[in-house]
Every structure is written in structure tokens, then in C-alpha cells.
Ligand binder design. Structure first.
Ligand SMILES: O=P(O)(O)O[C@H]1[C@H](O)[C@@H](OP(=O)(O)O)[C@H](OP(=O)(O)O)[C@@H](OP(=O)(O)O)[C@H]1O
Ligand SMILES: [Mg+2]
Length: 468
């Protein structure tokens, strides 16, 4: 009973994750200076757990200015710069030519996003070219299999069949290893978004444009909605009501629908849908729950609630406008016992504070390439460390950072344990303080060994003077 009460209380607080998804066909443009508004007015208040960004038509030319950086496009860099300021870390990314998927999470959730895998499927030129297709990232979020799929499907009205066929091949070809969810649709929750390129059929461009102007565009015009009734591949996919104007196609630099000779009919090409697997996660028995480190238990099935679905009409650099949606994922239980716990000094004032003890759960396969890193709060991804030390399995359960490796700037840092086998950070600490330079290094100058060296130098000088 007591366990039940504790678990329930904890669960009420923690088993909901808020996910914010953005999709944008950026039309090969360079990013604007500021994209913060894409992440909503509350991006900085910590209420969002994950940000997922799906872009299409990212210019695939290598970015020369950033050629030494880990990421070679300015969009990834800008998203990381923007979201790291709010404490979000890039968990994984996948890119196929212009189709890019970036998954960000609050730093403290990193240890509970496991089994990360990404996939990409080309469907352009009969499957040989990656200008069209899909990129995805799957993981378990607190024990629940979730998949994010960003697609750029074939353009133009006449290609409805081709779009459905391409979506079919993406679903068929994307297979993940291990675990119970091998295909995209085997995941408890799937988010499917991108430039799905659905168009408005039948109605003439003038009718559509004047319907937009008078804010009276009947939703039954929308091709994807029509397709949902006839295409079995779309079974189970849900979408919130479209309460924003079509996000395609604009004259670049303006808010005006296409006036070029192409005369494209406005359309809701940019969409965010979701799908719940019918049966949800198998509900584990109480024993299994305890073994897997579940500390909260709500019962019932996974639920998804959409809180907003909107466009961002202010951006003009592309011929498409960005679209975003915010969801809550309510999970019936929560795997939130970390695979590794780190013991550390809460405020570092001297070199000897830089020793970290860790305990790794017995089910973790250790590797000699595991590491413990010091990250400055606001870091961008797992390789954005100040320094790291190898945490070799045969070297006990403690690592020590050397004097040279210690952060030079005072401030807030966190420690992270990176598992090479799991390809992710499996343990993080809360932020801790490293004191100002003199505080850290004065003891270094005047430690026991330094004093002995100083004394022997004085002794040497004295003997030298005596004999000269
Ligand atoms: O040729 P593929 O590789 O399929 O790419 C297409 C063409 O560039 C289309 O231009 P065109 O119409 O000249 O063929 C363009 O349509 P629009 O120029 O009508 O936008 C599509 O843009 P998106 O609709 O953004 O996908 C883009 O995906
Ligand atoms: Mg285009």
C-alpha cells in the first residue's frame, strides 16, 4: 500500500512528457538570425521536455565556415545555439541530403532516453536519390518506445499515389534492431511530420486564395484528410484541426502566396500527425516493474494530447512557413532509475575535489571506451565537453580529473557518464559549482609538494651562495 501511494504521488508529477515538434521546408535558404519564436513563448521556462525539429530542403553544401565543427550545416548550429541556452542538449540527429531531423532533450532526461537509433530512406528517383524520403529517430522515453519520422514526400497535385507509395516504402524499409519495436509503426507513439506535400484538389487557385482571404477554407478540401478515409496506410494517424492558413507557397521574402509563373495553389503541405499503437506498452507485472527500476505507476495506456498546432507566418526566408505542435505524452509507468549514479563533491574549490565515484548497474555492458566528462551548463551535445577521462571497466569505479583538465572558468558544470555501447550519456549529475580560478589554483600553487619544491630551491640557493 505504501509503495502504491509513493509511486502514485511520484507518477502524478513525473509521468507526463511535453514534446514540441517543428517542421519547416527551409527551401535551401540560410537561417535567419533568430528562430527562438519557433519554440514557443515558454521555451525558456523548462516546461518542455523535448524539442524535435524536422527540416526539409536544407542546403546540403558543406558549410565552409564550420568545416571543423561536428555539424556541417548552419541550421543544426543555430538550433543547438538557441536551445542550449535554455538547457536542451542534442540527443541525436539524422540527415539525408536536405532532410534533417534533430532531437533535443532537457539534460536531466538524457539517461532515460535509451536505445537510440536513426534510419534514413531515399525515395527520390525510384529510391536512388535522397532529395525525397524520410529520416527517423527512435528511442525509449522512460521505458516507452517512441519514434519521430520526418518526411519530404513528392510534390505536386498529380502525385498523391506516389506520396502514399513513398510513405509505404519508408515505413517498410525503416527497421530498427533489437527491442520489441522493429518497425516505425511498432512504436507505442509515432510522430510523423514534414513536407508531406498534400495539396488542395478540385478548386481553382482563385477560389482557394479568396477563401484564405476571407478565412473560410473548408477543411474537406484538404487532400490528406480525404486520403485518410481511403488509404489504409494512414489508419490510426491523427491530426489536430488546421486552424492556420496554408503554409505553402509564398514568394520568398514576403507574406504573399506564389505570384511566379508556376502559379502554385496554396496548400497545407507542412503537417504534424501522431499515431498510438493500438495495444500500447505491455503493462509489466509488479515484479518486472521493480526489476526495471520503475518508481511510478499510473496504470492504463499511453495517451497523447495535442496542446497547440500552429504556423509561424512571420518567417519569410523560405517559400514555406514553419509549423509547430505541442503534445503531452502521458505514460502509465516510468522507468527512471539511472543506469549509473555519480557521487561527486557539490562545490569544487580545490584539485582534490575533482574525483568522481560511480556505481554502474549490473545489467550495463561496460566498455573500455566509456568516459566521464565535465560539461559546462548550456552544453550542446555529448561531445561538447570541457574535458573527459576514460572510465575503464577494470580501473575500478572512480575517475580523477587532472589539474590541467579542470575548467578554467568559474561557473556551473555537470558531470556525464557516456556509455560507448549505448552511444549515449547514461548518467548525469545536477549542476554544481566550480569556484573562481584563484580558488581552484591557489591550493595548487601552495600544496605540500609545491612547498617542498620551494624549500629545496631555497636550500639550493643558500648552499650556492655559501660556496660562491
Ligand atoms: O523535383 P523534386 O526533387 O521533386 O523537388 C521539387 C521541385 O523542386 C518542385 O519544383 P517544380 O514545381 O519546379 O518541379 C518544387 O515544387 P514547387 O516549386 O511547386 O514548390 C518542390 O518543392 P516542395 O513543394 O517544397 O516540395 C520540390 O520538392
Ligand atoms: Mg520546394
Amino acid at each position: 500500500d505504501q509503495l502504491h501511494i509513493t509511486a502514485h504521488d511520484f507518477g502524478m508529477r513525473c509521468s507526463t512528457s511535453r514534446v514540441h515538434i517543428v517542421t519547416w521546408n527551409v527551401g535551401s535558404a540560410l537561417p535567419p538570425d533568430d528562430i527562438t519564436s519557433l519554440f514557443g513563448p515558454h521555451a525558456g521556462d523548462g516546461s518542455t521536455d523535448m524539442f524535435i525539429i524536422g527540416l526539409q530542403e536544407v542546403n546540403s553544401m558543406i558549410n565552409k565556415r564550420l568545416k571543423d565543427a561536428l555539424f556541417t550545416d548552419q541550421w543544426s548550429e543555430l538550433c543547438m545555439d538557441t536551445l542550449s541556452r535554455f538547457g536542451y542538449v542534442l540527443v541525436t540527429s539524422q540527415r539525408m541530403q536536405g532532410v534533417l531531423l534533430l532531437v533535443f532533450s532537457k539534460c536531466c532526461h538524457l539517461p532515460f532516453l535509451r536505445g537510440l537509433q536513426t534510419e534514413k530512406t531515399r525515395t527520390g528517383l525510384g529510391g536512388y536519390w535522397g532529395n525525397k524520403g524520410g529520416v527517423s529517430a527512435r528511442m525509449t522515453m522512460f521505458g516507452h518506445p517512441v519514434c519521430f519520422l520526418n518526411c519530404h514526400l513528392p510534390a505536386h497535385m498529380r502525385n498523391l499515389e506516389q506520396r502514399m507509395e513513398d510513405f509505404g516504402s519508408i515505413l517498410q524499409q525503416q527497421q530498427f534492431e533489437g527491442g520489441t519495436a522493429s518497425g516505425v509503426l511498432d512504436h507505442d507513439v509515432v510522430f510523423w511530420f514534414g513536407d508531406l506535400n498534400f495539396r488542395i484538389e478540385d478548386y481553382d487557385i482563385h477560389v482557394v486564395k479568396s477563401a484564405i482571404d476571407s478565412n473560410k477554407l473548408p477543411l474537406q478540401f484538404i487532400c490528406l484528410n480525404i486520403a485518410k478515409n481511403s488509404e489504409s496506410i494512414l489508419d490510426g494517424f491523427l491530426e489536430g484541426p488546421l486552424k492556420f492558413p496554408p503554409t505553402y507557397k509564398f514568394d520568398v521574402g514576403t507574406h504573399t502566396y506564389d505570384t511566379s509563373s508556376k502559379k502554385r495553389k496554396p496548400a497545407w503541405t507542412d503537417r504534424i500527425l501522431w499515431r498510438l499503437r493500438c495495444t500500447g506498452s505491455p503493462v509489466p507485472t509488479h515484479n518486472a516493474a521493480l526489476q526495471h527500476g520503475l518508481t511510478s505507476w499510473l496504470g492504463g495506456a499511453t495517451k497523447v494530447v495535442q496542446h497547440s498546432y500552429r504556423s509561424h507566418m512571420g518567417y519569410t526566408c523560405s517559400d514555406h512557413k514553419p509549423v509547430s505542435a505541442v503534445f503531452s505524452l502521458h505514460f502509465p509507468f516510468k522507468v527512471d532509475l539511472p543506469l549509473v549514479t555519480l557521487e561527486y563533491v557539490k562545490e569544487w574549490t580545490k584539485v582534490s575535489d575533482a574525483t568522481v565515484r560511480f556505481t554502474v548497474m549490473s545489467n550495463v555492458q561496460r566498455s573500455s571506451w566509456d568516459w566521464v566528462a565535465i560539461y559546462k551548463v548550456g552544453f550542446k551535445h555529448h561531445k561538447d565537453y570541457v574535458t573527459y577521462v576514460w572510465a575503464k571497466a577494470d580501473h575500478g569505479s572512480q575517475v580523477t580529473f587532472t589539474e590541467e583538465d579542470l575548467p578554467r572558468d568559474a561557473g556551473e558544470y555537470i558531470l556525464g557518464f557516456y556509455s560507448n555501447n549505448m552511444n549515449t550519456i547514461i548518467g548525469v549529475t545536477s549542476p554544481f559549482q566550480v569556484r573562481t580560478l584563484p580558488d581552484v589554483f591557489l591550493p595548487v600553487l601552495f600544496n605540500e609538494q609545491r612547498i617542498k619544491q620551494l624549500l629545496s630551491a631555497i636550500q639550493f640557493c643558500w648552499i650556492f651562495l655559501l660556496f660562491s
